[in-house]
Ligand binder design. Structure first.
Ligand code: ZN
Length: 422
């Protein structure tokens, strides 16, 4: 921890010393500025975070992320990070959604014209110049869902040339999971850009059991030389915007989330409806005497993009199958904010190490640590991080492999959070 005084001797007998964990999939863009001690991550051993995921980034400025401080350029954002000196290292992707919203607006359902294509390409070039690690997309969200593969190919060419990577929250993680993987691979194959599939999962009860087929698609691409990897958070529940669930049609039938019932949707944050926080859509429906879909519509209407929900949408077998794949690393996908954030925000790394490594033996300890440290560092180009050796940065974490465990639940997601350091 940054609070340790110089020349302090720490007795690590019986403990494991590992490189600091690198959270490859965070949404900490403004949280690292607002709370520079960033205890939600440092207390689980994370020393570096990648932000700008799912097409959403703090730069370029657009109407894409209301309520979030935005910057004209990635350089301005990184300068703000430098001023706030957060306790974690921060690397950012530039969001395709932010770029498309800046150039074409948030809800423009058409393909870009020549001028718009060139304006978006300029944004990508400037971001890479400023030090962006690559491009991210959120193709289930607005405005990413209006973009076709050709647009993503065009914007990823300069990313490939600059040695960056393309991280994608795919168009569909449910009923169209396999074709979405194909689309992502197509972008990588046509541009040569390394592809990082974000928070890989098989979403929706009707799609449980498809993780193996999804991984087979990835394996086939890797065998023919396409550079495809993925990341995952270690839970069977996901989290998203209620607006996204409703507009995607998940309560009505097939959707990017697969089929979800009102009982599967737990309200995590609803600033204007605090009584709804911690309750499922089904419970709110029963208590208010309103039909579930109508209730969801009302909340979305009032809260817009501020209502965050936790969705019970994955099978444990699929989570385990994905976790065991050699090309999968750990990323929290934690979303800071709200009364009951998904526990992945505070507990992802202890959960992998305590539950899946020690408890279930799904991964051995060195392999799990590799997926949290050296693999992410190599993937995102963090030189001299993710390893313990002379000349490398001393980002280190010390933990007890016999006792480490996640203590947060969906009801009490921040419990076990210790006193903040320093
Ligand atoms: Zn995402």
């Amino acid at each position: 921890s940054g609070s340790t005084a110089p020349n302090t001797r720490i007795d690590g007998t019986g403990l494991v010393l590992a490189p600091g964990f690198i959270d490859v999939h965070s949404h900490d863009d403004t949280a690292v500025l607002a709370e520079p001690d960033h205890a939600c991550k440092t207390l689980q051993g994370v020393t570096s975070v990648v932000v700008g995921n799912c097409g959403m980034s703090a730069a370029p400025a657009s109407a894409h992320t209301p309520g979030v401080t935005v910057y004209d350029r990635v350089a301005d954002y990184l300068a703000a990070v430098g001023e706030h000196r957060p306790a974690v290292n921060v690397g950012t992707l530039v969001g395709h959604g932010a770029i498309r919203a800046a150039v074409m607006g948030l809800r423009t359902d058409r393909q870009p014209d020549t001028a718009e294509r060139s304006a978006m390409a300029d944004h990508v070039a400037r971001a890479l110049e400023d030090g962006a690690l690559g491009l991210s997309s959120g193709l289930a969200y607005e405005p990413g869902r209006y973009a076709r593969a050709d647009e993503l190919v065009e914007l990823n060419r300069p990313v490939a040339e600059a040695g960056g990577l393309y991280a994608t929250h795919m168009r569909d993680e449910g009923d169209q999971l396999l074709s979405s993987i194909d689309e992502s691979i197509e972008v990588a194959e046509r541009t040569g850009v390394p592809l990082q599939i974000s928070h890989l999962k098989a979403s929706g009860r009707n799609n449980w059991g498809t993780a193996g087929r999804a991984l087979a698609r990835i394996d086939r691409a890797r065998e023919r030389g396409v550079d495809v990897m993925a990341d995952q958070y270690p839970y069977t529940r996901g989290s998203s915007l209620l607006e996204q669930i409703v507009s995607g049609g998940a309560l009505d039938g097939p959707s990017p989330f697969g089929q979800v019932t009102p009982a599967d949707v737990l309200v995590a944050a609803a600033p204007g409806h605090p009584r709804g926080e911690g309750r499922t859509e089904a419970e709110i429906w029963a208590a208010e005497g309103v039909e579930a879909r109508e209730m969801a519509d009302r909340i979305v209407e009032a809260e817009r993009r501020r209502c965050i929900v936790v969705i019970d949408n994955m099978a444990e077998d699929d989570v385990r199958t994905i976790m065991g794949h050699e090309a999968v690393m750990v990323g929290s996908d934690g979303v800071p904010g709200g009364a009951r954030p998904h526990p992945r925000l505070h507990h992802t790394y202890p959960r992998v190490l305590g539950h899946y490594v020690r408890g279930q033996g799904l991964l051995d300890l060195p392999d799990a640590i590799r997926r949290m440290t050296s693999a992410p560092a190599r993937r995102f180009g963090f030189a001299d991080r993710g390893e313990i050796r002379p000349g490398a940065y001393a980002d280190l974490v010390l933990f007890d492999p016999e006792r480490i465990i996640d203590t947060g639940t969906y009801a009490e997601p921040t419990s076990g959070r210790q006193v903040r350091p320093g």
